[in-house]
Design a protein around this ligand. Structure first.
Ligand code: B12
Ligand code: SF4
Length: 595
């Protein structure tokens, strides 16, 4: 493994840091890894940037150079034997950092840590699992205790402003068992910006990268981990920081960005940041483009949509979650008002920005029938492009998880499954099998050839680049059925190693493993080719009809009588009540969207 950062060459000692962003195991027990992953990991870039800054400042003194290696396991095999050999050659002077570890990646992280600890190498685990658990519970639970028993150090909270302490302790051989900064979140203005060296970025698909312009969200959704880990207060990077990040990447040919803020609309500096990007685009000729995550009320913020357009936002992601107000209320997602959904989507469409939305299956009032009906309503009445489905999941770090744990509810003990793609708790109206079937079916109910054609026709009418949209639809429509993973976990060309299997599962014999891997490869690629051909034909048909005007129910501007005629507002009692409530608010305040 070649170091990607060295400073102070000629120094007497080298402090070696290996950063690993772990992946997790698929349902057959193999590490999910791709020839190319979609984009660089922001958690890895953040931690790398902070350590690189330590190296530049020579915090261990001029006689000790700091050398950093960054590995993203979603696109690179982690060779534990090599890490052990290289560390041994350096007298174990350094540490391995397991970075941005989510709950579903925690079992894999322990499997990576075990042989490293056996070889005497210091290991630190940071990320949402450790932070989420220590944010919600006073005592260390059995999962974190397992790491502590191995001698692994846990880092909770954010590392901005704390990395010097960790590196100095590690160099002195005095790492503490736990660094807990969860109640002391750092300001981000002028904080070190995320950065990854070229060779860590090359194994991703395109000219896209990620950065966070801010952290924290003011809302209180009960399934959310962000508010308990990153807080409800908006902390953000300055417009100068954002410009620095954009210019640095642009100079390396990267001009597409995913701003990872969970809710950029509630970043208190969204406007100065957009203004600065508008200047970069309109005056300095930097054609940068963005995907941002926003909430369902963002269109009501004056200028937000218009400035997003000028700042080069081409796609937005919205946590729509559900169209049943009683479900939204149960999840404390009070800011999601079904009476605003169409206004919001039409506002984005009016400026030619395409929309991704997340839809959660398994809220308390969902049944297989109601969820199927809801998806059909969305197809007919809402101008949405890409829809993705998730299981309602009690993620460690969320209020839901804490409440279930405290009630002693049955929770699946395998953290590897906490990836929003598994049923983990009993549901009042569905058996586990029914819930799982609903999840699988949801994708095919939404992405029928007819509806793909409708999405493309609508998008064409709004002036959206439909070739790119068709490619993304191919990815989202097929990922689960062909690759058996959620599109957000996907990549290009799945790789598997026979020896990278969960230790609880047996090593498959070579005669069985390799032929089935080869067959799987051929079958998968044949299926992708067939699906691509189908979507390409639809695309050609839509392009051929370009000169014909197109409109449908979903594209129709919001009208006074929508609340009487659209199923979105009439399909059940709670939807009708939400409409009545919005009417009352409008009568009292003169605002609100309902007729
Ligand atoms: C962007 C993002 C994605 C992107 C990743 C894009 C990219 N390449 O970066 C996409 C959309 C692909 C994605 C996918 C998934 N994601 Co995601 N994602 C996020 C998001 C919004 C931001 C991550 C981020 O960059 N955070 C900022 C960094 C700086 O924070 P951080 O990782 O916590 O790191 C800091 C500290 O923890 C600490 N630290 C971390 N590691 C280390 C290591 C050491 C040694 C030290 C000292 C310190 C330290 O220092 C860092 C700097 O302060 C988070 C939510 C969030 N706000 O973080 C969800 C989040 C991490 N994702 C989550 C999930 C579940 C997933 C998926 C499983 C969903 C799915 N089914 O597809 C997949 C998994 C894919 C994968 N292979 O990782 C969950 C995890 C929850 C949990 N308890 O585990 C989160 C928290 C969102 C949620 N729903 O709650 N995700
Ligand atoms: S709006 Fe999103 S980030 Fe904010 S609390 Fe709800 S789920 Fe969390």
């Amino acid at each position: 493994m070649v170091p990607q950062q060295c400073t102070g060459s000629g120094a007497a000692r080298r402090f070696r840091i290996v950063l690993v962003k772990p992946s997790h195991y698929d349902d057959d027990g193999y590490v999910i890894r791709w020839y190319r992953s979609p984009m660089p990991a922001n958690s890895l870039a953040s931690v790398y940037g902070l350590l690189d800054d330590c190296a530049q400042r020579q915090i261990l003194g001029p006689d000790t150079e700091i050398e950093i290696v960054a590995i993203d396991e979603t696109n690179t095999r982690v060779r534990i034997d090599r890490i052990v050999a290289e560390m041994r050659a350096n007298n174990n002077f350094g540490f391995v950092g397991l970075v941005g570890v989510q709950s579903n990646q925690y079992p894999r992280s322990l499997d990576i840590a075990r042989p490293l600890r056996a070889a005497g190498i210091p290991v630190i685990i940071g990320g949402f699992h450790v932070s989420g658990m220590l944010a919600m519970f006073d005592a260390v639970g059995p999962d974190l205790q397992q790491a502590l028993d191995l001698g692994v150090t846990l880092f909770a909270g954010e590392a901005e402003g704390r990395m010097d302490e960790v590196v100095r302790d590690a160099a002195a051989g005095a790492l503490k068992p736990i660094y807990n900064y969860i109640d002391d979140l750092p300001a981000l203005e002028d904080a070190v910006t995320p950065f990854l060296p070229g060779n860590a970025v090359r194994k991703t698909i395109g000219n896209v990268t990620t950065f966070d312009a801010g952290r924290g969200c003011p809302f209180q959704c009960s399934f959310c981990t962000i508010i308990n880990v990153q807080g409800r207060k908006s902390r953000r990077r300055s417009a100068d920081d954002v410009e620095r990040i954009l210019r640095k990447n642009f100079a390396h040919g990267i001009d597409r960005f995913f701003i990872t803020d969970d809710n950029f609309a509630r970043n208190k500096d969204w406007e100065p940041i957009f203004d600065r990007i508008i200047k970069l685009r309109e005056q300095d000729g930097m054609d940068v483009r963005f995907l941002i995550q926003v909430d369902t009320l963002c269109h009501k913020i004056p200028n937000f949509v218009a400035k997003a357009k000028r700042a080069g936002v081409t796609r937005i992601f919205i946590g729509l979650e559900n169209i049943n107000p009683d479900n939204l209320l149960a999840a404390k997602k009070r800011q999601n008002k079904i009476t605003e959904y169409r206004n919001m989507l039409l506002a984005w469409k009016a400026v030619g920005i395409w929309t991704y939305a997340g839809y959660i299956l398994g809220f308390p009032n969902d049944t297989p029938e109601s969820a199927r009906r809801d998806i059909e309503i969305i197809k007919k009445e809402m101008p949405l492009d890409v829809l993705e489905f998730f299981f309602l999941t009690p993620l460690p770090g969320s209020e839901d998880h804490k409440a279930l744990r405290q009630r002693g509810a049955a929770l699946d003990p395998d953290l590897n499954k906490y990836d929003l793609e598994h049923a983990l708790t009993p549901h009042a109206h569905m058996s586990k099998a029914e819930w799982e079937k609903l999840y699988r079916d949801a994708w095919s109910i939404y992405y029928t050839p007819e509806h793909i054609e409708t999405i493309l026709r609508r998008a064409q009418a709004y002036g959206i680049n439909i070739l790119r949209l068709a490619q993304i639809i191919l990815w989202f429509a097929q990922s689960l059925s062909i690759e058996k993973v959620h599109p957000l976990q996907g990549g290009f060309a799945r790789l598997k190693n026979r020896h990278e299997r969960r230790p609880e599962l047996a090593l498959e014999p070579a005669w069985k493993f390799y032929p089935s891997l080869a067959a799987e490869f051929v079958i998968k690629h044949a299926r992708v080719a067939a699906a691509a051909l189908t979507i390409f034909r639809i695309y050609r048909r839509v392009v051929a009809a370009k000169h014909l005007p197109y409109s449908d129910q979903a594209m129709t501007p919001v009208r006074e009588d929508d609340t009487e005629t659209l199923e979105l507002f009439t399909h059940n009692k709670s939807a009708r009540e939400a409409v009545d409530h919005a009417r009352k608010v409008k009568a009292l305040t003169g605002t609100g969207a309902a007729a």
